[in-house]
Design a binder for this molecule. Structure first.
Ligand SMILES: *Cc1c(COP(=O)(O)O)cnc(C)c1O
Length: 424
């Protein structure tokens, strides 16, 4: 469910017509329905209520401060992957004991900043990283909780760029290596081996790969507990799929119904706490990209709609071959003519497309289009390629809209640059 729907002929976000926003902020822009973000978060929270899990929104999916703050205010924790995301987490005032830090390549500076901030735990991805965290914690005279990221070697049947839990991926440690680490945890006096972590991939529409991975890791948890290591947290990661076009993903309820029974022999209230790290599930359908048609062009074999948003604004179609629905902001009246077009941006790359061979109603120059389901991995992956200004992020709540991040200026473009006269 999301709050982008036609009222009369016009597409609206919650109670705001899109054309009103376009008139105010210009195009292109990202548009977020705060109500939808909260709705998805609360659905997951409700579904897992019996287990009282810690739900850490994955900041890398959408790191807009207003979005983060809204989720945090409703009790969410945050899942971060860099010092920059830690900075954002602090800015929105999240309880640091609700922050978990994953990444295969945390630098010593990032580790130090996170320990100083008193985050709940690191999700550790290599043996050497453990040594570094231990050394930094020693220097700071702190004890730090860690979870070991396990690679459960399952196939989540999603795009290979977003598969992370099979043996060939760079993520996590094998069960054998992890077992050794738990047994030798005394070697790390400044660490507490408090949890296990998995994150098997993204846009997974079916609970089965999760079930398989969790079963494997629960056996692991039991074996290390038997060896005298109480594991307090089981972080099942993110990866829940959403509807981009015709997917039929599990609902939060169905997901919980498949997952919670696996823990029936574990005391979820006091013994083992579940952590979830949803990114796309909460944010994907909560945002759209609004763009304007600049030109139309046809040859014998192809028709193009050239729009003012490009791959630097939304890279998912070019990067993953991702499908995003495209809707006209003004519904075309009656039985409209439809035709097949490529929707392309202004950038000097043939990979610069938002849709290929897409059947759309005929729209004209100046019309607005909504690229749906852009709330996850949209703005956060945008760049200044072609010296294009990064576009605004607008938030809607009910009848009101606000710019949460303004459009960049030319000055922003060259802010950190100078002409080095010495080499000229
Ligand atoms: C990216 C990521 C997530 C979020 O993934 P989604 O598919 O957006 O839910 C969660 N945990 C980790 C460790 C990640 O890297």
């Amino acid at each position: 469910m999301h709050r982008f729907e036609y009222r009369g002929r016009e597409l609206t976000c919650e109670d705001v017509p899109l054309s009103a926003i376009a008139k105010k902020v210009g195009t292109p822009f990202y548009l977020y329905s705060i109500g939808t973000f909260l709705d998805h978060y609360l659905k997951l929270k409700e579904a897992f209520k019996a287990a009282n899990p810690l739900i850490c929104f994955s900041v890398k999916a959408n790191s807009n401060l207003t979005v983060l703050k809204a989720l945090v205010k409703h009790g969410a924790g945050l899942d971060i992957v860099s010092g920059g995301e830690l900075f954002r987490a602090k800015k929105v005032g999240v309880d640091p004991q609700k922050v978990v830090f994953a990444s295969v390549g945390k630098s010593e500076a990032e580790i130090e900043a996170a320990i100083r901030a008193r985050i709940l735990m690191f999700n550790v991805e290599s043996v050497q990283e453990l040594d570094v965290i231990n050394a930094v914690a020693c220097r700071l005279k702190k004890t730090q909780k860690v979870a070991i990221r396990l690679n459960p070697d399952v196939q989540p049947h999603t795009h290979h760029y977003i598969t992370t839990g099979s043996r060939e991926n760079k993520f996590g440690l094998s069960l054998e290596t992890a077992y050794k680490l738990f047994m030798e945890s005394y070697r790390y006096p400044f660490l507490r081996f408090a949890g296990v972590h998995i994150h098997i991939g993204s846009q997974i529409t079916d609970a089965r790969p999760f079930v398989k991975a969790i079963k494997r890791v629960l056996k692991f948890v039991d074996s290390v507990r038997f060896g005298g290591n109480p594991v307090e947290y089981f972080n099942i990661g993110g990866g829940l799929g959403i509807i981009y076009s015709k997917e039929k993903p599990q609902t939060a309820k169905e997901f919980a119904a498949a997952i919670l029974p696996l823990f029936k022999d574990h005391d979820l209230k006091h013994g083992l706490r579940i952590i979830l790290e949803p990114g796309r599930f909460i944010s994907g359908n909560s945002g759209i990209l609004v763009t304007r048609v600049l030109y139309e062009k046809s040859s014998d074999s192809k028709s193009f709609l050239i729009v003012d948003a490009g791959m630097n604004d939304l890279i998912r179609p070019a990067f993953y071959g991702a499908h995003h629905e495209i809707l006209p902001v003004w519904k075309v009246r009656g039985k409209s003519r439809r035709h097949s077009v490529d929707v392309v941006g202004p950038i000097c790359e043939s990979g610069d497309f938002l849709a290929k061979d897409r059947t759309l109603p005929v729209v004209g120059v100046g019309d607005l289009l909504a690229v749906m389901s852009c709330g996850a991995y949209g703005f956060v992956m945008s760049s200044n390629y072609n010296s294009r200004l990064r576009i605004p992020e607008v938030v809607v709540k009910g009848k009101r809209f606000f710019t949460a991040r303004r459009r960049e200026s030319f000055r922003d473009l060259i802010r950190n640059e100078k002409i080095v006269s010495e080499v000229i």
